[in-house]
Design a binder for this molecule. Structure first.
Ligand code: CP3
Length: 364
């Protein structure tokens, strides 16, 4: 398999020089796009959309047809893994994801098993392969999974939660049970991501959306340790190309040095941390991805350009090792035209910064 025509994203993750800063957006295929809503309606529901490889491929490509994005991300959801473990995932309007059988009883926890990705999650592998064919090496494809701790939050709580009462009670009262859930889930995530790589994913990202709700010590023991185990088991190279990994702990800004030490290639950042400061803290150990506040996209195109330039300037003129992204998923209320303004500014301004830098260095 050859490298994609536009491999800026992969190069940036490996901290290699690039002519511009690559950009993609978390949740880039989603409800802010009318064409997404139309395909979702045809599929019947969000879950049916995820489980239909042809339609999942169609929505993956929709944002790329509109914007000059430097990467595609598999259309799916992090909760397909616990669904394959038998918890019964469903979505309710307004309330988000829920499980029919939350993990609360010791016997159910002891029964938990690693699903075979080629069997129970075959539809994801088929989608990855179909998307790779459709992309035809234009831009790289990102595969993803949830982190064990974030998946466990949904599995134990039974859905979204405001206080994490059930999982945190388990964490402090029965840490052995939580460790068991996390251990089986980490094994499931590792084989799942490796199957995505085998099917054609060229980089992988792990979403640890709720790790930031933990104390520093609990984060290390219940989230980071399992992220490290997964990273250690990932396939590092496919067809002679390195497959970079990105770890995104929302609210993890305090723990960057520790995250940089687990062996991932890049860290995803939310918008609460200054990007330049984050870069100084991790040094050249990892690349960084982020970190514009998604709410900036509610402002005017002029204001969006100003805020995007601030992020690029903060990282530094060379831009090497930076992938531009939002600090969290794009809101469903984002006007699509504002996304064009963002993507175009990132490309133009990062090219300008590099030109200025080269001029300075050649005149020095
Ligand atoms: O980034 C992408 O474009 C890839 C697709 C993707 C989705 N979910 C599609 C989706 C990815 C990478 C995810 C990850 C995901 N899913 C996370 C981690 C990232 C984060 O947001 O913190 C989490 C926690 C989930 C679980 C989940 N799925 C929630 C909480 C919701 C409801 C949110 C809402 O806005 O209602 C979903 C549904 C979901 N996943 C949608 C999309 C496009 C909206 C579903 C719809 O069409 O109704």
């Amino acid at each position: 398999m050859t490298r994609p025509c536009n491999d800026t994203f992969l190069r940036a993750l490996l901290k290699q020089p690039t002519a511009h800063t690559p950009v993609w957006l978390m949740r880039q295929a989603g409800r802010y796009l009318p064409e997404y809503c139309e395909t979702r309606r045809r599929a019947g529901s969000f879950l049916q959309l995820c489980k239909n490889p042809a339609l999942a491929c169609e929505v993956t490509l929709q944002p790329l047809a509109r914007f000059e994005l430097d990467a595609a991300i598999l259309f799916s959801d992090i909760l397909t893994v616990p669904d394959a473990m038998g918890l019964g995932l469903y979505f309710t309007d307004g309330e988000g994801p829920r499980f029919e059988r939350p993990l609360r009883e010791e016997w159910a926890i002891r029964d938990l098993a690693v699903p075979d990705p080629w069997n129970h999650l075959r539809y994801v592998m088929d989608a990855v392969a179909e998307i790779r064919r459709a992309l035809n090496n234009t831009v790289p494809l990102i595969g993803f999974s949830g982190s064990p701790y974030t998946l466990a939050c949904y599995m134990v709580e039974g859905g979204a939660s405001s206080d994490y009462r059930h999982i945190k009670s388990m964490l402090y009262q029965r840490p052995d049970l939580l460790h068991h859930i996390l251990s089986v889930t980490a094994d499931a995530v590792a084989v799942y991501l490796n199957a995505q790589i085998e099917s054609g994913a060229q980089a992988v990202m792990i979403f640890d959306s709720w790790g930031g709700s933990l104390s520093a010590a609990a984060y290390r023991e219940f989230s980071l340790a399992y992220l490290q185990r997964i990273i250690g088991r990932l396939v590092r190279e496919k067809d002679g190309q390195r497959v970079p990994s990105i770890v995104f702990t929302k609210g993890g800004g305090l723990w960057l040095e520790a995250i940089a030490d687990i062996g991932c290639d890049a860290i995803g950042l939310d918008w609460t941390i200054d990007l330049g400061e984050a870069r100084r803290r991790v040094g050249d150990r990892v690349a960084l991805q982020g970190n514009l506040d998604p709410a900036v996209l509610f402002a005017s195109p002029e204001q969006i350009a100003i805020e995007a330039r601030k992020v690029l300037d903060s990282y530094g003129a060379d831009g090497y090792g930076h992938v531009f992204n939002l600090g969290h998923g794009i809101s469903q209320f984002t006007p699509p035209g504002n996304v064009s303004a963002l993507v175009d500014t990132v490309h133009e301004h990062s090219r300008l910064l590099r030109r200025k830098m080269h001029k300075l260095s050649s005149s020095a």
